[in-house]
Design a protein around this ligand. Structure first.
Ligand SMILES: [Zn+2]
Length: 115
């Protein structure tokens, strides 16, 4: 017998995403009009109608080399990859229906829950 995978395998908080009535929160994509309605096209792409997106800074150690034609080649050491999570900037929504991005409302708090 095959185990049925839960539709929402990872819960962001105690409340199952299944119980979230997204349209009640008036988050609407200005590009395609997605409001997170149940059965919407976004369900094909993700478990949640919207994602939060931000830019963080990654850094690598690298070695400079000379190519045969004299141009510069930088070889980045992927083992030295560091992500500066504190550098997060430009937080915004990504619509999981059209993948367009749009600004958060002005009055919103974001709590990064690492449960
Ligand atoms: Zn959209």
């Amino acid at each position: 017998m095959l185990l049925e995978l839960p539709r929402y395998p990872r819960l962001v908080n105690d409340e199952s995403e299944e119980t979230i009535r997204w349209p009640d929160f008036s988050i609407a994509c200005p590009h395609c009009g997605n409001r997170g309605e149940e059965g919407g096209e976004w369900e094909v792409n993700a478990w949640s109608p919207f994602k939060l997106v931000e830019e963080v800074i990654r850094t690598w150690l690298f070695v400079p080399l000379r190519e045969e034609d004299g141009s510069l080649l930088l070889v980045a050491d992927t083992g030295s990859d560091e992500v500066d999570w504190e550098s997060g900037a430009n937080l915004r929504f990504e619509c999981m229906q059209c993948f367009g991005q749009f600004a958060l409302p002005e009055k919103v708090k974001v709590d990064f829950d690492s449960a």
